[in-house]
Design a protein around this ligand. Structure first.
Ligand code: FES
Length: 145
């Protein structure tokens, strides 16, 4: 059912962890399955993603797609990272079963949420980047008021 690459990234996920004082951080969740993904970005002064880490509380496909997504954005500029769509992540993993496509969407959304956070903090615009719908941090903050 899963490709070798998916199994490899699930069993040996790359870039697991967190970054202290990240340049950008994004947390997204899928309300249907309840899975949560958080991405931390460390971005240098040339807007190059120098390091990236993730934490995923979710299914195997979510772990594999976050792992692959972090590998794909590492070393790229923030603008180049926009090309790391869920489709690109799935292709890099040699495909996902149709019922697991939404898991790869979570990876794309988490990266976008982290890039959005970075863009907000630095007052820059990343072409094609839209405000994330469901940044969990923001929702939690709103609930506190
Ligand atoms: Fe929800 Fe995979 S089942 S992210």
């Amino acid at each position: 059912m899963y490709t070798e690459k998916v199994m490899d990234h699930f069993e040996h996920p790359r870039n697991v962890g967190e970054i202290e004082n990240p340049s950008g951080m994004g947390t997204v969740g899928n309300p249907k399955c309840g899975d949560i993904m958080r991405i931390y970005l460390d971005i240098d002064e040339n807007q190059v993603i120098r390091d990236v880490k993730f934490k995923t509380f979710g299914c195997g496909a979510a772990v594999a797609t976050s792992s692959m997504a972090t590998e794909l954005v590492k070393g790229k500029t923030v603008q180049e990272a926009m090309a790391v769509t869920n489709k690109a992540v799935m292709e890099a993993l040699d495909g996902l079963p149709p019922v697991k496509v939404h898991c790869s969407l979570l990876a794309e959304e988490a990266i976008h949420a982290a890039l959005w956070d970075y863009a907000q903090k630095n007052g820059i615009t990343i072409e094609g980047l839209e405000k994330p719908k469901d940044n969990i941090e923001e929702e939690e903050e709103e609930e506190n008021y």
